[in-house]
Unconditional design. Sequence first.
Length: 327
Amino acid sequence: MNNQLRPMALGEILDRTAELYRNHFLLFAGISAIFSGAMLFIQMLELGLMVSMGYPHIPPHLEWLYAVSLGVEVLAIGLVAGLAIAAFNRAVAWIHLGEPATIRAAAGSVLLRLRRYLWLMTVTMFRAWTPLFVLYVALFALLFAVMPHGFLFIPQVAQQPPNMNPAQAIEVLAVMAVLMLLFAPAVVYGAIMWLRYSLAMPACVVEDLSTGMAIRRSIDLSQGSRGRIFVLWLLVYAIRMLLGLLFGFPFLVFGLKHPGHALPLGWLAVSELAGFVTNTLIGPIYSTGLTLFYYDQRIRKEGFDIEWMMQAAGLTPQPGLPAPEQV
């Protein structure tokens, strides 16, 4: 039996995550690069749209188009991130259970159930983050109504005070204060719901479940481990922030040297390339940890380690975990 198939404490799961990442770096980086490349393509399309609209001097009547395209970009990147999680879940499941894994097989397994994984990510994203999304739309609608045209891209414009009388200013400030107060509950709600759904993708991938069944499975399995999963998320977020500060230092220097100026388009493209590197390096960590939490919860709640030992001994039928193609 795989000696890792036993209940593990949070520290052991983090150690195991680091061990898998280190020992299979090329595999994980290769999988991550595929989906990070798709994210980079989406972001470059967004930059192309900005160029076609005349960045940084985008006409006022096109600012809403940019805001809408930005929302579409965020949604598309979220869906691609979900597909990356599915590919990592499959690869880690194979490795954790002693099976061989390849980049081609992991990516190919996602294509076989592409619609299911996309729908699962769409449902979980909207269930968790709709309140926050609504608040963002309301906030941007307010800003477009009161701020000078061009405030999104030109710092000099954003620093100009809105042209309104005192009564209007008080009303705007009151509405903005209400929106800002609602942001914290929306973030907390989204985080709680996201933790409830955090094991839906591993369950869908490993057990070949439908969207509804995977969500219900996640709600059940994640109970008792959501705090530990949150710690994993915080650690990954901290690492991402450190890399972001490292790659973002030149942009900080540019902003200090050229206050009030929008970033040149070339610098924006470089920032997207830096994001590609960050996503490639960081992406496998969270997904690997989630898969380990999924198996840990199955061991704790269902005795999966004993079940797997019996299957390895030929006492029960082999589970429906498809083996990867050899390349």
